[in-house]
Ligand binder design. Structure first.
Ligand code: 5GP
Ligand code: MG
Length: 492
């Protein structure tokens, strides 16, 4: 069933979105080093904090901190974690296991208490847990657990999952993990480290990706994206099914269901548009190929006579390739990023964001001056950085600017793990394309149609109705009433 949001949505505080990356390995001599490598590959999914937890078969140990993976973990730290994972005599022959997490950066919630993996100790045993996604009933669960005497140490909805597992553990409950997961509403791709195994699980809607792989040495891997398998030389085995729990242990790979897959599923189409790495295979398709095809389709829908196609680095490159190919307009690099300036999207104030754009991009005047340019980008969210980039192009002498966006206007907030601002901050919320064009200061503006986008992303085995397009259409796959009313802590 499809629910639509309410008018009240625009007045309510937005939960912080979370687009994290998760990784897990079982049966390796160096689980921390492999997890470190996996997290490096998944760094684009989150840059706020990162953490690794390992087991020695008897107890868990973790290291988490704020910042980038490469800054948090040095050689000694990884060696200590690997050493712990293999320290116990009886465990030595079994090799170690570990999990890791990259947390997406959002304003206001940058606190080390929210860095994952979390470790919980209860009747369910010791569990380290890391989460990608957002729950819409987190606050409700939390209140219920607090009423029952549970104490929380963070403001994260992920902690509620651990406490829920603890609440379900007991003599009468053979599977507290499955019991707990059945109570969660919303998006979750989870990795859970126990002392004798790893469990990974994906919500019944399949919002966020989660895949399984295996190294040549037989170590079992789970990761948000296939790019993390590639970086450690592991082969892709399969996706974790929506509603499935997969156990990775010395016994190999075992599967059980905690729920049937939702009908239809709700795979996040924005993974293909922006979020996942172009080098990954997501929901069965290579992201780069999908993005090129989005660009091709965009060219067919919005062709305009022009002298060159300029990709907006880096996120617009793949679509621009497809646009240039389909339109026959030459592809030229005219917007050059400075890689050493941090990401602009996350800067708290508009002014800071605009300044950061200037620091971040240089225009090649030779390419732009006197020319009719088609600029291709993947998406416009608030519009602040886009506006600043368009001003720069104009100042560099562009004769005409034709902005082409390889997804539809984002008009509605996401409650399932993408950090789209409050509806009032979304430039397209409540505005027609012509109004947006004026605000962005371009000669023409064209967004890819919803139809066009769905034509591209659907496959024979994954028809279009299995994608979540709520941020474009406002049609939410589940009831978001509680989330919209602020009933989400929303920090994975
Ligand atoms: P805006 O003009 O809305 O300020 O910024 C648009 C740019 O933000 C696009 O180039 C797009 O690639 C990027 N973008 C879209 N979604 C996200 C996101 O969730 N996080 C970050 N860091 N950038 C995003
Ligand atoms: Mg971008």
């Amino acid at each position: 069933m499809i629910y639509t949001p309410f008018n009240a949505l625009s007045q309510t505080p937005r939960p912080w979105g979370e687009k994290c990356g998760v990784f897990a390995v079982w049966g390796a001599a160096d689980p921390a080093r492999l997890t470190f490598a996996g997290l490096l590959a998944l760094q684009h999914r989150g840059q706020e904090s990162a953490g690794i937890a390992v087991t020695d078969g008897r107890s868990l140990m973790r290291h988490v901190d704020m910042g980038l993976v490469s800054h948090i973990f040095d050689h000694d730290c990884i060696r200590t974690l690997d050493g712990h994972a293999n320290s116990r005599a009886g465990f030595a022959g079994r090799l170690g296991g570990g999990i890791g997490h990259n947390r997406y950066s959002t304003t206001g919630s940058s606190r080390v208490e929210n860095a994952q993996p979390f470790i919980g100790r209860s009747r369910a045993g010791e569990i380290a847990l890391a989460h990608n996604g957002n729950l819409v009933n987190a606050l409700e669960l939390r209140r219920r657990l607090e009423d029952a005497g549970h104490t929380f140490h963070s403001s994260s909805d992920t902690e509620a999952i651990l406490q829920l597992i603890a609440a379900h553990a007991g003599p009468g409950s053979p599977d507290p993990v499955a019991d707990a997961l059945r109570e969660l509403r919303g998006a979750f791709s989870l990795v859970m480290l126990h002392n004798d195994r790893i469990e990974v699980a994906r919500d019944p809607w399949g919002w966020r990706p989660l895949v399984i792989g295996e190294t040549e040495d037989g170590a079992l891997i789970a990761a948000s994206e296939t790019i993390a398998l590639d970086i450690i030389g592991a082969r892709f085995v399969r996706e974790v099914e929506p509603g499935e729990i997969v156990t990775l242990s010395d016994a190999g790979v075992e599967s059980r269901r905690f729920a049937p897959p939702a009908e239809p599923r709700a795979h996040c189409v924005f993974e293909h548009v922006y979020f996942a790495s172009p080098a990954s295979k997501v929901f069965g398709q290579t992201v780069q190929t999908v993005r090129e095809r989005l660009g091709e389709r965009l060219a067919k829908e919005s062709h305009v006579p022009a002298d060159c196609v300029l990709p907006m680095p880096d996120s617009g490159r793949s679509a621009a390739t497809g646009y240039a190919r389909a339109s026959g307009v030459p592809y030229r690099e005219g917007i050059i990023p400075n890689r050493y300036v941090g990401r602009t999207f996350i800067k708290p104030s508009t002014e800071e964001r605009v300044q950061a754009v200037r620091l971040k991009l240089n225009i090649v005047e030779d390419v732009v001056r006197g020319n009719r340019v088609v600029v291709v980008d993947d998406s416009v969210v608030r519009g602040t950085t886009t506006r600043a980039k368009m001003d720069q192009l104009r100042a560099a002498g562009a004769k005409e600017i034709h902005l082409r966006i390889s997804c539809p206007p984002i008009r509605h907030p996401c409650f399932f793990g993408v950090d789209f601002a409050e509806p009032t901050q979304l430039i397209a919320a409540g505005r027609e394309v012509e109004q947006i064009r004026k605000l962005l200061g371009v000669d023409t503006l064209h967004y890819l149609s919803l139809e066009g986008m769905l034509d591209v992303v659907q496959t024979a085995s994954l028809p279009r109705e299995h994608y979540c397009t709520a941020c474009y259409s406002g049609k939410y796959p589940i009831d978001v009433a509680r989330a919209a009313a602020g009933a989400v802590s929303g920090k994975c």
